[in-house]
Structures are given as structure tokens and as C-alpha cells.
Ligand binder design. Structure first.
Ligand code: FAD
Length: 404
């Protein structure tokens, strides 16, 4: 029995393995990942772990006994190096070759790296893995001035942790506003105000010239316009790209992600994919999307397991996401891309409001600042295809629940 082999021990891979067992699959399940140790949660790396509130043991998703008890063969610290689709086998860097009846690719995403002078200097950090988070956390005590490059979620969450730790922080953002790919204008402005209010410096629309170094260590960041920002540490958070290497070299169809159908099947028979690495047509949005979120990794992993067990229903979960910065919780339900109308519910100048994003009167997404009840209702509205009128959305006395 060759069973099911899963590549990637992130949230999607683990969710697939767990679901197979929970639903009674009795064949062999092998879970392979190139990172060492037990599978862990990524979101706290830029939040509780970076702030020193959680130690490493709290990040672990399941203890070692769990894998034994559920007969999930965990193979950590092993890179899968090549895939033979016709021969149904997978080569590991150890030289071992695994055969499979079904393969699930949950290879996630990998960091985009800066290619400027000094980018390899000591003191320049990235944040995707536990190993990187540990290195960054260890370096913090010796740092007073930190430059964060990138105004996306990772950069902003880390910046908040640095400010909370008493560091002087400057956020250098290439786009014209923070969270350019992810949030509407009102939310981006609110988050910028939050960081500025806590004393961080925020510079938008910057163009990087390079890193200044002294004796191989970073000492600052210089921009094309000549401005220079001193730094003991630089954190680069400029996004990720899907890890499609294995799929691509094996000839699977990829286009900014491994292309999958509504049942998580790739272009190769008996190979599925899920999570950050996968691109699929979302039935609620009628276009190809690739999502970078815990919700999608977990639910798509479950869905892939369901397909392997004979389910035929399409994957149509509402995308949702959250980010914690200082004591503010941002929650996003749905995908706002292409919206033509923003309706504010609550007080945009205050601590708590939501932005309802519409396209041609259809509700696409709701972004909530410290308004978890709005977020929960928004998920249900979008899943059900119900769009409140702009007047009802803007009226805090109107109970949106009544529409469900
Ligand atoms: P990954 O978690 O990337 O896991 C894939 C794994 O596969 C990796 O360990 C990779 O090394 C391994 N792999 C790849 N290729 C191979 C190979 N050939 N052989 C063996 N192993 C391989 N999302 C949210 O929704 N909310 C948040 O607040 C949030 N915060 C985040 C904070 C940080 C610091 C980071 C980095 C991410 C955050 N995310 C958040 C995003 C979220 O963590 C990802 O969307 C999620 O982890 C994706 O899961 P995945 O299993 O698809 O991929």
C-alpha cells in the first residue's frame, strides 16, 4: 500500500493528513517537509512569538504522540527534490524514493528576496519560518533602530512588535499606501495612523538604492533620492511567491501557482494541491485566485482530503484573514479586488468600524477594525450571496443578521 504522500508540513499539509484520518482513511499517510521539527503555526511568528509572549512550544500544532496515535508518518527535515508523475514516485534529498497512489502538494510559498547591494549583510532578516523568527527575536535585544522594508501584513505586524519592545522603527514602503494589495483606502489610512500614533516613522513610495554596511553588518538603508535611514537591524517583508518548483519540473500546469480545479486536482491524474501554492477559480468571485491565508490552507487541505475520499462538491469557502497590530484587530472577509464602492459602518475616525466593499451593488468583501461581530456576519452574507443595501450597511442600527 503506497497510500497518500503529502509534500509540505504547513497548515495545508497537516490539515490534509488530519482530515484523512478523522474521516477514517485506513491507508498509509506520509507527510514530508523540509523544515526540521514538528509542524508549527506561522501566524504567531510575527505576533506573540516575536513579542516574546509565547515560547516555541506553544507554536507546535500537534505533539509527537499525535502522529504516532493517528499513524501519520511524519518525515521532517527532508526536501522532496523531484517528482515522477508517470512512475508515481517522489525522490527525497536523502536519496530515498517514495511511491504513492495519490500525492498532495502543499508546498506553500517562498520569500521574495531583495536584490540590492548589501542585501546579504549580517543584520538583514526575513520572516517566514520558525528558524528565521528565532534568529530575528534573538537579535532584537541588541538593536535600538530597526528599518522594516515593506508595508504588507508581515512588515506591519513585526513593526508593531518592535515598537512595543521600545525600538525606534521606520517602515519603508514601496507602494503609495500601506497594505496596497490587501486593504481598502480607509483601512490602509487607519493602519498608517495607528503606526504613526505609536511613534513609528512611515515612508511610502520609496525606491531602495541599497543597504549601507560596516564590516559586513548592515548599518542603514539608502534610498534612490539620497535619503538614508540608520539601522541595527533590517527586516525585509516584500511578499512571497508560490513554491511551484516540484510541480513545474514535473510538468504540472502552473501559472503563478499550481493550477487546480474545484476539487483541488492538478493537471496530473492522482496529484492534488492545496494552500498558498495553489491557484484556482473561486466560484464566488468567478476568477482565478491564489490565497495566502490560514483559512484557505486549512479548508483547502480538508477539501483535498475529501476529494481523495470520494467527495465531489466544489471548494467554495469564503476567504477570510486577520492581522493583529498593537491592540488592533483587522479582519477581512471576502476579496475586495475590483470594488467600485466603499461603505463605512461605524466611525472611520474612531477605534472601531467596518468597510463594506461592493462591485455593481454586490458585496465582495468587508474589512473590519475591532469589529468582530461585523466580520462574522460578513462571512455569512458573502457565503450566501446576500448584499445589504449601502444604506443598511452604513446604518449601525440596522441589524445585518436579519438579512440571513
Ligand atoms: P506553508 O505554511 O508555506 O507550508 C509549506 C511547507 O512546505 C513549508 O514548510 C515549506 O518549507 C515546505 N516545502 C516546500 N517545498 C518542499 C519540498 N519540495 N519538499 C519538502 N518540503 C517542502 N495568515 C493568516 O490567515 N493570518 C495571519 O495572521 C497570518 N500571519 C502570518 C505571519 C507570518 C510571519 C507568516 C510567514 C505568514 C502568516 N500568514 C497568516 C500566512 C499563513 O501562514 C500562510 O498562508 C499559511 O502558512 C500557508 O500554509 P501552507 O501549508 O499552504 O504553506
Amino acid at each position: 500500500d503506497a497510500g497518500i504522500v503529502i509534500v509540505g508540513c504547513g497548515h495545508a499539509g497537516l490539515s490534509t493528513a488530519e482530515t484523512l484520518r478523522r474521516r477514517g482513511y485506513r491507508g498509509r499517510v506520509r507527510l514530508i517537509g523540509d523544515e526540521a521539527g514538528l509542524p508549527y503555526q506561522r501566524p504567531p511568528l510575527s505576533k506573540q512569538f516575536l513579542k516574546g509572549e509565547w515560547d516555541q512550544s506553544r507554536l507546535i500544532q500537534r505533539n509527537a504522540e499525535f502522529y504516532v496515535k493517528h499513524d501519520i508518518e511524519l518525515i521532517p527535515g527532508q526536501m522532496a527534490t523531484s517528482l515522477d508523475v508517470g512512475g508515481r514516485s517522489l525522490a527525497l534529498e536523502s536519496g530515498e524514493r517514495l511511491t504513492w497512489d495519490n500525492l498532495v502538494l502543499a508546498t506553500g510559498a517562498k520569500l521574495k528576496r531583495l536584490q540590492v547591494s548589501g542585501a546579504d549583510a549580517a543584520g538583514v532578516y526575513y520572516l517566514r519560518t520558525l528558524a528565521q523568527a528565532k534568529a530575528l527575536r534573538a537579535a532584537l535585544s541588541g538593536a535600538t533602530q530597526i528599518v522594516v522594508i515593506g508595508g504588507g501584513f508581515i512588515g506591519l505586524e513585526a513593526a508593531a512588535a518592535f515598537v512595543d519592545a521600545g525600538k525606534s522603527v521606520c517602515i519603508l514602503n514601496g507602494a503609495d499606501s500601506l497594505l496596497p494589495r490587501a486593504a481598502s483606502g480607509p483601512v490602509a489610512r487607519h493602519m498608517a495612523g495607528l503606526h504613526l500614533g505609536r511613534g513609528a516613522q512611515v515612508e511610502n513610495a520609496i525606491e531602495l538604492a541599497g543597504f549601507d554596511t560596516q564590516g559586513g553588518r548592515v548599518s542603514g538603508v539608502t534610498l534612490r533620492d539620497g535619503r538614508s535611514f540608520p539601522a541595527d537591524i533590517v527586516l525585509v517583508g516584500i511578499g512571497v511567491e508560490p513554491d511551484t518548483e516540484l510541480a513545474q519540473t514535473a510538468g504540472l500546469k502552473c501559472k503563478d501557482g499550481i493550477l487546480i480545479d474545484e476539487q483541488c486536482r492538478t493537471s496530473a491524474p492522482d496529484i492534488l494541491a492545496a494552500g498558498d501554492c495553489a491557484r484556482f477559480r473561486h466560484p464566488l468571485y468567478h476568477r482565478l485566485v491564489r490565497l495566502e491565508s490560514i483559512q484557505n490552507a486549512i479548508e483547502q487541505g480538508k477539501h483535498a482530503a475529501g476529494t481523495l475520499l470520494g467527495d465531489t462538491d466544489p471548494y467554495r469557502a469564503v476567504p477570510w484573514f486577520w492581522s493583529d497590530q498593537y491592540d488592533t484587530k483587522l479582519q477581512i472577509a471576502g476579496l475586495a479586488d475590483g470594488h467600485d464602492l466603499e461603505v463605512i459602518r461605524g466611525d472611520e475616525q474612531g477605534e472601531r468600524f467596518s468597510v463594506f466593499c461592493y462591485a455593481r451593488r454586490r458585496l465582495l468583501a468587508v474589512e473590519s477594525i475591532n469589529a468582530p461581530a461585523d466580520h462574522m456576519i460578513a462571512r455569512r452574507l458573502i457565503q450566501s450571496g446576500i448584499s445589504p443595501t449601502a444604506d443598511d450597511a452604513a446604518n449601525p442600527d440596522f441589524n445585518l443578521r436579519d438579512l440571513l
